[in-house]
Design a protein around this ligand. Structure first.
Ligand code: F6P
Length: 341
């Protein structure tokens, strides 16, 4: 069999580990051949492909990023895009496609599967907001990076009696903020799922200073004040209609400084959370997703996505992963609130 592989959306530590596992198991156990499509859905759309064999995946397990490149190309936004993809898969002799991606990339995979394309999905996102799976790979690495940053920021905040606002990624879901904030002992965690009250945040800042500690606030890039949005993006939309976020940390710091008179600075972690070597957990999860994905292809079990349930890897319908985002529940957030202020 001949199998196409692509990685789409924001890159994420562990993508190369999936590619390696797919190819290694595919070649040794199923005598499969592979085609690497470049830059997400742009590859099969524009017929941009490269060889993908055991030689190409050697040494990539600990490497961040993706050897196949990534993009946010949406073939459904291109006239005749679906037909182009089908034609290009046929011209490469592909019997199936493994799509490794988040809500957008796998959303496209879901629609293509409905249109008869033989596709299997592997969930990835540092945001951990895909449903159907307990975790996506990349998330653990991002949380570790954010936690280390918070640990470091505590001591400098205390030395200067400052508020430090740490802006982490998370467009719709506050998983990175919640996990790193809890692990790093943040004094306030603000997430997209729970619009925040700026007066309450300022009161918590002041109460923290009253106990002679300097507050660390972790805020997801997608968090919003209850009283209406602070302007935090330039209005540009990507091919899936998402605005580019960023800026809530700066706005929050200046608002806090203005209202409390305490010096407040923002630290934006940005793409540092996505780059570099994956954690051991992410390598383990990504490798197992890859091993199970190629077996799903061998079994002809198309339209499915690999998912982690407990310690088992299971197959779920692609639509289960992409139908609805997995958000932080009020109960989980309430656990963290014990430490606020
Ligand atoms: O989807 C993952 C993610 O890292 C989000 O947390 C973030 O909003 C977005 O990608 C940013 O992506 P980029 O800067 O690559 O467009």
């Amino acid at each position: 069999m001949r199998v196409g592989v692509l990685t789409g959306g924001g890159d994420c530590p562990g993508l190369n580990a999936v590619i390696r596992a797919v190819v290694r198991k595919g070649v040794t156990q199923y005598a499969a051949e592979f085609v690497g499509f470049c830059d997400g859905w742009r590859g099969p759309l524009e017929n941009d492909a490269r060889p993908l064999g055991v030689a190409e995946v050697r040494g990539i397990l600990p490497r961040g990023g993706t050897i196949l490149g990534s993009s946010r190309t949406n073939p459904f936004a291109v006239e005749g895009g679906v037909e182009q993809i089908k034609d290009n898969l046929t011209s490469h002799g592909c019997d199936a496609l493994i799509a490794i991606g988040g809500e957008d990339t796998l959303g496209v995979a879901t629609r293509l599967a409905d249109l008869g394309v033989a596709v299997v999905g592997v969930p990835k996102t540092i945001d951990n907001d895909l449903s159907g799976t307990d975790f996506t790979f990349g998330f653990d690495t991002a949380v570790n990076i954010a936690t280390e940053a918070i640990d470091r920021l505590h001591t400098t905040a205390e030395s200067h009696h400052r508020v430090l606002v740490v802006e982490v990624m998370g467009r719709h879901a506050g998983w990175i903020a919640l996990h790193s904030g809890l692990a790093g002992g943040a004094n306030i965690i603000l997430i997209p799922e729970r619009p925040f009250d700026i007066d309450k945040v300022c009161a918590q800042v002041e109460s923290r200073f009253a106990t002679h500690y300097s507050p660390i606030i972790v805020v997801s890039e997608g968090a919003l004040p209850a009283e209406g949005p602070m302007t935090t993006h330039n209005g540009d939309l990507d091919a899936f209609g998402h605005v580019r976020l960023g800026g809530i940390g700066e706005r929050l710091a200046s608002e806090i400084e203005g209202r409390t008179g305490k010096e407040a600075r923002a630290v934006v972690l940005g793409h540092v959370q996505r780059g570099g070597t994956p954690s051991a957990f992410d390598r383990w999860l990504a490798t197992r997703f890859g091993l199970h994905a190629i077996t799903a292809v061998q079994d002809g079990d198309f339209g499915t996505m690999m998912a982690l349930r407990g310690t088992d890897i299971v197959r779920v319908p692609l639509s289960e992963g992409t139908g609805e985002l997995k958000l932080v529940s009020p109960e989980l957030y309430a656990e963290a609130e014990v430490f606020f202020g």
